[in-house]
Design a protein around this ligand. Structure first.
Ligand code: GLU
Length: 277
């Protein structure tokens, strides 16, 4: 697959150069060109149950994985020709900018700051930030109750970490790790009092440890999940937006959400409207 990719990159050099010039980088390539060559490299999370998970047998499961595969298929690439690469929150823009992935489907919120570096198709889902605590905890009920020096874990480079820094940083002790699963371990062993990120992610962890962890409070942000790709690759962005709309209208979106996120008990929302900015 790697040889094919290099050959294809050689053949597509002129188009790549045009794109690279357009966005000022030197590594970026068009998703459509990768798809035409028959393979794609897609960034997902490896440690988020129900969303993006690398299973012990090496297979991948979750709603983001299903979205990634559906989009690949609409671009003409069979699921077995998608190589999944781990895209931890702090590394997502860099992975795209360096051309190490074609696109990223990884609970990746569309934000203006990120749009300075990458482009987004979507949204394909809307979540909200919330809190995860140990099941026996009664004093943390929402973001305000973190005041008074509570130890809160989140992930570097994520929107929840930034939100907490901006809004609650004065009275909360923020601990940042590279992944949410590391935060969940710290919560389980008592090193932190709460974990914050999107409710749909937290629901997946709570379901993994029944009776031990619980999601508390109302969601206090709106996280619109986009599919990240190289800035300036507008043709591919349009194609990915078409694919998302097709996934929603065909019922595949609903079916994928029910089978992946459904078992956690997370209340399944209506699909969002794609925003072709
Ligand atoms: N959706 C948020 C973000 O993109 C939090 C989840 C994550 O870090 O993947 O930052």
């Amino acid at each position: 697959m790697r040889i094919t990719r290099s050959v294809r990159l050689g053949i597509g050099a002129i188009a790549v150069a045009v794109l690279a010039t357009a966005c000022g980088g030197d590594e970026q390539r068009s998703v459509s060109q990768s798809a035409e060559s028959g393979s794609l490299v897609v960034g997902i999370k490896f440690d988020q149950p129900g969303l993006g998970l690398r299973n012990p047998d090496g297979t991948f499961s979750g709603f983001d994985v299903e979205v990634a595969k559906y989009v690949g298929q609409q671009l003409g690439v069979a699921p077995e020709n998608i190589e999944f690469k781990e895209a931890p929150s702090p590394q997502r823009e860099t992975l795209i900018e360096n051309g190490e992935v074609d696109y990223i489907v990884a609970t990746y919120s569309i934000t203006d700051t990120r749009k300075e570096k990458v482009d987004f198709a979507g949204p394909y889902f809307v979540a909200g930030q919330s809190l995860l605590v140990r099941a026996d905890n009664t004093d943390i009920t929402g973001p305000e109750s973190l005041n008074g020096g509570k130890r809160l874990c989140s992930v570097a480079g994520s929107t929840p970490a930034q939100k907490v820094k901006d809004t609650y940083a004065q009275d909360v002790q923020l601990q940042e790790f590279d992944t949410y699963s590391a935060c969940v371990e710290a919560l389980r062993n008592g090193a932190v009092d709460a974990v914050t990120t999107d409710d749909i992610i937290l629901a997946g962890y709570a379901a993994q440890y029944p009776g031990q962890l619980k999601v508390v409070g109302e969601p206090f942000t709106e996280e619109r999940y986009g599919i990240g790709l190289a800035k300036g690759d507008t043709e591919s962005r349009n194609q990915i937006n078409d694919a998302i709309e097709e996934m929603i209208s065909s019922g595949a979106w609903q079916a994928a959400l029910e089978s992946t996120v459904g078992p956690s008990g997370y209340p399944l929302p209506e699909p969002p409207q794609v925003d072709r900015y």
